[in-house]
Design a binder for this molecule. Structure first.
Ligand code: UGA
Length: 428
């Protein structure tokens, strides 16, 4: 396909990655945001989010003349062949997706979109949103296309450039195929669907991942009760290609800006058509239960009570490789510990902001100072390479609770500490 003129509305990690990557594929991309300060930072090539490779792509796009940043969607879209909506769709009242940002942008640009320009939803939107946007626009000459993204935070650029698949859905099939062609150079399979199916793919995929993780966390709990080892169980399961090896690591629960909101939203979508999606509701409940079990495990390591316990926390982000604290299980566990009377000192290599109810330090060894227990909550590789003898010397107590099964238990024990993970035998 020849270079298309693309506008991307919203410069969060999805919008910015989409804009910078489409520019790297040769398209001419204008990214729009309402935040003037952010637009000037981005225009100078300054990227605030931690996303490997993104800053380089942004700079390359700007210097190559294929990528620019502006405030004001109305002006930007007037020459566009396609407009991507990449604005937030957070969890709204009662768990449904809040579509106010999507609707506001649609209202803002509706009358100035050129005839034939595709309006493309990339934000995760409930099934039926394409139809809703179509009705709002009241224009037959602007096709609506759903093109869900499957980017993971922390690997968004490489996920974009090496996709497992591209999904495009529209009730105007030609427009869906045109959007699919924007990615032709990536050589990925393209699933061309109707709008509702494409919208559902995104939820079905994210919710399946959440189900898989709640299942693994439940099996890990069984392992603890039955004296089995989750590492060996998931290794044995993962070789089965129907199951796959990915997403089989137990932890303090799943979180982040997507899985929690998308699971709640799909339960709501199901309710709206009178389907009680019990399996998914159970997965959400199980995720809360997992957090509570982790808190109980830490309380156990503190001798049964958290009141007055000094806990050193390693990791606050919802997963390694990101500085995102949204719906972070690490933060949720830490907050519950604090609320139950523990004194929390926390370190995360990507987080330097002050957080209510805890002391955030900028050196991992500081969390060990006088700590009764150390808890690993995010799987940053650097925690594996800490000198656990120095940690042990600084600690008051001698327990390490590793909720990510990240550390080598032998190293911890050799330092004179005891180690307990999730779904694995304790080591002391
Ligand atoms: C997720 C999906 O993986 C992406 O495909 C999707 O595009 C994205 O949501 C989105 O909807 O935008 P992300 O939220 O970046 O991506 O995070 P994941 O890597 O999926 O991790 C989600 C949670 O599961 C984290 O809390 C992580 O620690 C946890 N997890 C993941 C485990 O506990 N164990 C695992 O084996 C894998």
């Amino acid at each position: 396909m020849s270079a298309a003129r693309i506008v991307v509305v919203g410069t969060g990690y999805v919008g910015l990655t989409t804009g910078a990557c489409l520019a790297s594929l040769g398209h001419r991309v204008t990214c729009v945001d309402v935040d003037e300060a952010k637009v000037s930072r981005l225009s100078a090539g300054r990227v605030d989010i931690l996303e490997p490779g993104l800053a380089e792509l942004v700079t390359g796009g700007i210097t190559g003349g294929r990528l620019s940043f502006v405030v004001g969607a109305r002006k930007a879209v007037q020459e566009a062949d396609g407009v991507f909506l990449c604005v937030p769709t957070p969890m709204g009242a009662g768990g449904s997706a809040d579509l106010r940002a999507v609707e506001a942008v649609t209202a803002e640009i509706g009358d100035v979109l050129p005839a034939g320009c595709a309006l493309i939803t990339k934000s995760t939107v409930p099934v039926g949103t394409s139809k809703r946007i179509h009705a709002m626009l009241g224009r037959e000459d602007v096709p609506i296309v759903s093109n869900p993204e499957f980017l993971r935070e922390g690997t968004a650029v490489s996920d974009f450039l090496n996709p497992d698949r591209i999904v495009v859905g529209s009730d105007t099939p030609g427009a869906a195929r045109w959007v699919g062609d924007l990615y032709a150079d990536l050589g990925a399979p393209v699933v061309v669907a109707d709008a509702a199916s494409a919208e559902l793919v995104k939820y079905a995929a994210n919710c399946f991942l959440a189900l898989k993780l709640s299942y693994v966390n439940s099996i890990a709990e069984l392992c603890e009760r039955l004296g089995a080892d989750i590492d060996l169980v998931t290794e044995g399961m993962g070789y089965d290609r129907r199951i796959g090896r990915a997403f089989l690591k137990p932890g303090p629960g799943w979180g982040g800006s997507c899985l929690p909101k998308d699971t709640s939203a799909l339960v709501k979508v199901a309710e709206s058509v009178n389907y009680d999606f019990r399996m998914l509701t159970s997965a959400i409940d199980e995720n809360i239960a997992q957090r509570d079990r982790i808190v109980a495990k830490i309380a156990g390591a503190c001798g049964g009570t958290l009141a007055g316990a000094r806990i050193g926390v390693l990791g606050l982000a919802f997963k390694a490789g990101t500085n995102d604290l949204r719906d972070s299980p690490a933060l949720a566990v830490s907050s519950v510990l604090g609320a139950l009377g523990a004194e929390i000192t926390a370190y995360d290599p990507a987080v330097d902001s002050a957080i209510d109810g805890m002391t955030v330090v900028d050196d991992p060894y500081q969390v060990a100072k006088d700590a009764d227990v150390i808890v690993v909550l995010t799987e940053w590789a650097e925690f594996k390479h800490l000198d656990w003898t120095i940690m042990a010397d600084a600690m008051e107590g001698d327990d390490v609770v590793d909720t990510r099964n990240l550390l080598d238990p032998r190293t911890v024990i050799d330092a004179g500490l005891s180690w307990q993970g999730v779904g694995r035998p304790r080591a002391a």
